[in-house]
Structures are given as structure tokens and as C-alpha cells.
Ligand binder design. Structure first.
Ligand code: VGL
Ligand code: ZN
Length: 199
């Protein structure tokens, strides 16, 4: 029986993060069957969707810069990405085989001025998405996370959730990473430091 205090968080399994997409993560699509199956083990399934307006400040094109370089934003260093997950486009849609019958879909990254890797806070680490309140009011205190990308949105979501006091497990077999400049190793260390169970 799925426990009522546990939820599965399925992060950003969208076309742009899968092979052929604008910000493709190697093997991003491979995790879909396993994620679909894992949903059966949870009373609550929440999906996130990276959801940027055109011209978003995290896009290299908005800064006349090359993708995968960095810039300084008021809230700190920001990686500049290829244009991706633009609201309403096919690239922003969930992978066609992903089950999307979850309880909640939370969209993030819609503020033009701030990127949002985490499902809990925007990249200023203070503007909340509302997910914490949703979970607490539903009595959920244990989270399992899967999805894309291990070293960005999964990592930021897992660390934020652990800091907020949730018990967090990341199923790395059901995640795939971007892995630029050692970001995967740093993310693994950071998650473990934060008390995340990394499986
Ligand atoms: C993501 C980079 C930019 C992610 C989202 O889902 O990990 N990464 N936007
Ligand atoms: Zn994004």
C-alpha cells in the first residue's frame, strides 16, 4: 500500500530535455518506462515542467552569448542555456510516453528575470513556488525524486527539500545528467552533504 505521507516528484521529463530536444540530456528518454512504473508505488505523484517565456533571461540568445557559458545575475552566477521549454511549444510538452496522471503539475521558470531549477524556490533561493505549502497541507513529508537533469533541476529540488526538512531520496537510475564542468560530481556531493539519500 502506498504510504499517504510519501510523494513521487517527477522532474522535467519534457521533449527539450530528451534526445532531439533543444537542451537534450543523453539518455533522457530511457527513464520514461521506469518512471511510469514507479508511479504505481506512490499515493501522490507530482510532475514539474520547465516553463519559460520566449526571451527568458536564462537563454544565451537573450545575452548575445554562447550557450553553456555563464553570466552574473543579481542572484548569482547563471549558466546560459540554449532556448528551451518555451511555454506552449512542443519542446515544453512532456515526453509523449510519460504518464501525466499525477495529482499536481507545477510549472517553474516563468519569471522572465529569474531562472528556477528547483521545484521549491527560484534561483534567488527565496521566491517560493508554493510546492512546500502544497506538500505540508497534504501531510507529505517524504519525497522520492526522478527525472532530468540530475545535476540541475533534480539536484536543486532535492537539496531545497532536504533543507526544508523533507526526507528525500533521489533514484539516480531514473535520472540523467547534463554533466558540464564536473557538475554531476558536484551535485552528487552536494546532495549527500544536504542529507539526501542518493540511490
Ligand atoms: C534544467 C537547465 C535549464 C533542468 C532546466 O531541468 O535540469 N536545466 N533548465
Ligand atoms: Zn530551463
Amino acid at each position: 500500500m502506498p504510504a499517504p505521507n510519501e510523494a513521487l516528484l517527477v522532474i522535467d521529463i519534457q521533449n527539450d530535455f530528451c534526445p532531439g530536444g533543444a537542451l537534450a540530456v543523453t539518455g533522457g528518454d530511457e527513464i520514461v518506462p521506469g518512471v511510469n512504473q514507479l508511479m504505481d508505488d506512490f499515493a501522490t505523484v507530482i510532475l514539474t515542467q520547465d516553463w519559460h517565456p520566449a526571451g527568458h533571461s536564462s537563454f544565451a540568445s537573450s545575452h548575445k552569448a554562447e550557450p553553456f557559458t555563464t553570466t552574473q545575475m543579481p542572484y548569482g552566477t547563471q549558466v546560459l542555456w540554449p532556448d528551451h521549454c518555451i511555454q506552449g511549444t512542443e519542446g515544453a510538452a512532456f515526453h509523449k510516453d510519460l504518464r501525466v496522471d499525477g495529482d499536481l503539475i507545477i510549472r517553474k521558470g516563468f519569471n522572465p528575470e529569474i531562472d528556477s531549477y528547483s521545484a521549491f524556490f527560484e534561483n534567488d533561493h527565496t521566491t517560493p513556488t508554493g510546492l512546500e505549502g502544497y506538500l505540508r497541507t497534504r501531510g507529505i513529508d517524504r519525497l522520492t525524486m526522478v527525472g532530468l537533469a540530475t545535476d540541475f533541476c533534480v539536484n536543486f529540488s532535492a537539496v531545497d527539500a532536504a533543507k526544508l526538512g523533507f526526507a528525500v531520496t533521489v533514484r539516480t537510475d531514473l535520472c540523467r545528467a547534463i554533466d558540464m564542468d564536473g557538475s554531476l560530481a558536484a551535485a552528487m556531493d552536494g546532495m549527500k552533504q544536504a542529507g539526501v539519500e542518493v540511490l
